[in-house]
Design a protein around this ligand. Structure first.
Ligand code: SF4
Length: 658
């Protein structure tokens, strides 16, 4: 799944059916356990909502009424409709809408890209996640590989900023515990409370969007006290001035007020992190999802450079390690594709506002935009358009699939080949089919191959079988210059990469053109490190929608999150006359969500929380957190700003209809 850990799995199959899934051997980071989400994957595999056959819509959009059709009919109808659309409106009227799915290198941006590039379809800006972090890490460090998780056990100070390893990076947790036993000082920066007081030493409950002033306040303390590592800065860094000047405007009292944390906690953070060695920073994706996201990520990952925390095992930072891998050559050559780019975060507006040409054909795969894309009401209105031809290709009948004209059933990772490079652990894995699908699900590779052949295209990749495609992709993967052993990957072995260890500024270095750390990368725009406040007096509560331990994005929402809750601070609840489990209305100018309140100390005052990716059936009015999230985008990469949602919550009188 889309998870940094990239476990290897042992799957037990009896009479052609999966019986159990557990941790496989061969991947040291799996460490004998996997998450319950995947341990119970058989629930998705054999769920009533699993799509088994291609289907054609026979009821109104959204009704979920379909009839079974053959694959030949489905491929033929899509081909005919897309041809007609391209002829009447131009091929840019067709839009592929996808994200990572299970993040396999075969399942996304391979044959699908070849198909849509040859069609001349619009391109999709994949902005829903990880864009500011990726662009900033590229600009500052050239996506240098990060501190391996096992090294966290040796750190004397650990900072976890905007991440919840308990939900989405569980194999880091044992190392955090080991470090704590060894006397490490553990700091968490997060508006939500995911750790107990025994697990962490300092928790800064930063206000959503205010990570930037907090980071700048820390930097000002270190600068004023002469604690910056001037030797490291001189030898390895450039463009520090804009960052240090911006920090100058954030005395600790001002930073504390903006971030909503105690001045003394900022002082403690500054002191503990500065004096520790090794000190390591785990930077997550929570801090990027707001107007200041890109700027905040840059200020945060500048900290180890400013204090010279590199050069020792366990010292430095970890963000995504996806940049540790390269393709030596394109495994599926894509012809030049320079059509317009459409920002996926703004799908609602794209489908409902004038556009030239309008989107008339939509192909959704590896994604469930009704549940995951901001401005849910508008996304649904767009999908309801009668003149929009929509294909949804997925494993289960998602909220989005209910609006499709044609539904295509997709295989799971238990049924197809794929290549998986980790973005947390240092491993590459091969995925092999272990069962034959029930019904007629097909892999992404096979479906886009069939679509390409239906267009009459002769490109060789449209004629590869899955295993051939697997080998072509695996052959192209390189980690630190090392090629993969494709046969071993095909046999199920996990290939460890960077076997000599990763020590930043000892075994790995910035991959920027001049090998320096660029402390003010160009992606920060004309006003780097300038803070913008998001406030709305009518809607005083900040809504966050983080990852959780029940779903991977929206996957498993079909059964694993049956009832939607909004978490509130006890003071915010009391001020509104709301008690635990009361039915409430969460609302703003964009929409409303009716669900139950949970008042159990999960979030700080002024913040409410709903899970990322919940399905419509989990709430009482069929709307979820994205109905309240604006589709405005970050200046860094046009990224989504989910955590800029501001809302109000009120009790909902019992008996009021939904
Ligand atoms: S989702 Fe993450 S923790 Fe769970 S099995 Fe997959 S890689 Fe492991």
């Amino acid at each position: 799944m889309d998870c940094p850990d990239t476990c290897s799995l042992d799957v037990s199959v009896v009479n052609g059916r999966v019986q159990s899934i557990g941790a496989g051997s061969g991947n040291p980071d799996t460490d004998g356990f996997i998450c319950t989400k995947v341990r119970r994957f058989t629930r998705r595999q054999y769920h009533d909502d699993r799509l088994l056959y291609p289907e054609r819509r026979i009821g109104p959009k959204g009704s979920g009424r379909y009839e079974r059709i053959s694959w030949d009919d489905a491929i033929g109808e899509i081909t005919t409709r897309f041809r007609a659309t391209a002829e009447e409106w131009g091929p840019e009227a067709i839009l592929p809408y996808h994200y990572g799915g299970s993040n396999g290198k075969l399942s996304d941006e391979r044959l699908d890209h070849l198909y849509f590039a040859k069609l001349g379809a619009s391109r999709l800006g994949k902005t829903i996640c990880a864009v500011p972090t990726t662009l900033v890490a590229q600009g500052m460090y050239g996506r240098m590989p990060g501190v391996p998780f096992a090294e966290y056990a040796n750190a004397q100070c650990i900072v976890i900023w905007g991440a919840n390893p308990k939900a989405s990076n569980i194999h880091l947790v044992p190392y955090l515990k080991a470090a704590k036993r060894n006397g490490a000082f553990v700091i968490v920066v997060d508006p939500a409370r995911n750790f107990s007081e025994q697990e962490v030493d300092l928790h800064l409950e930063v206000l959503p969007g205010a990570d930037l002033p907090l980071a700048l306040g820390l930097i000002k303390i270190w600068r004023d006290r002469g604690m910056l590592d001037s030797v490291f800065l001189k030898e390895h860094c450039v463009d520090a001035d804009a960052l240090l000047n911006a920090a100058n405007a954030w005395p600790v009292d001002r930073a504390a007020e903006a971030a909503g944390v105690a001045r003394s906690d900022i002082e403690t953070f500054a002191e503990q992190y500065a004096k520790a060695s090794p000190a390591v920073l785990r930077c997550g994706w929570g801090l990027e999802r707001n107007v200041n996201g890109g700027q905040a990520v840059a200020a945060v990952i500048a900290m180890p450079a400013l204090l010279g925390k590199f050069g020792v095992p366990g010292g430095g930072y970890t963000m995504s390690n996806g940049g540790a891998y390269r393709f030596t050559h394109p495994p599926v050559p894509i012809p030049e594709w320079r059509t317009r780019e459409i920002n996926m975060t703004q799908l609602g507006a794209v489908l409902t506002e004038p556009l030239d040409p309008p989107v008339k054909g939509l192909f959704v795969y590896n994604a469930n935009p009704v549940a995951t894309t901001p401005d849910q009401n508008r996304v649904i209105r767009g999908l309801e358009r009668d003149d929009l031809f929509t294909v949804v290709f997925d494993q289960v009948r998602t909220d989005t699939a209910r609006y499709a004209d044609i539904v295509l059933p997709a295989t799971t990772f238990l049924e197809h080949w794929d290549v998986r490079v980790a973005y947390g652990a240092y491993v590459v894995g091969g995925t092999q089919p272990v069962v034959t699908p029930e019904g007629e699900p097909q892999s992404n590779h096979d479906v886009f191959a069939a679509l390409g052949r239906a267009m009459g295209w002769e490109d060789e990749p449209f004629h590869w079988d899955q295993e051939t495609a697997f080998r072509k992709v695996a052959e192209a993967v390189s980690a630190n210059g090392d090629a993969m052993d494709v046969d071993r990957l095909a046999d199920g072995a996990v290939q460890r990469t960077y076997t000599g260890g990763v020590v930043q500024f000892e075994t790995v270095f910035p991959r920027t053109p001049d090998k320096k750390v660029h402390l003010t990368p160009d992606v920060l725009g004309a006003e780097p490190y300038q803070y913008r406040e998001v406030g709305n007096s009518a809607f005083p509560l900040a809504l966050i929608s983080p990852a959780n331990d029940k779903m991977v994005s929206s996957s498993f929402g079909e059964y694993n999150y049956p009832e939607l809750f909004v978490d509130m601070h006890e003071d915010d609840a009391a001020a509104r006359g709301i008690a635990d489990r009361d039915t409430v209305r969460v609302f703003n100018d964009l929409g409303e969500v009716v669900c139950r309140a949970r008042v159990r100390g999960k979030v700080r005052r002024g913040v409410v929380l709903m899970p990322k990716g919940a399905w419509r059936k989990s709430s009482m009015n069929g709307m979820t957190s994205t109905a309240l999230c604006p589709a405005t985008v970050n200046e860094v990469g046009g990224a989504a700003r989910f955590n800029d949602a501001r809302v109000e919550v009120e009790p909902r009188p019992s008996g009021e209809g939904t």
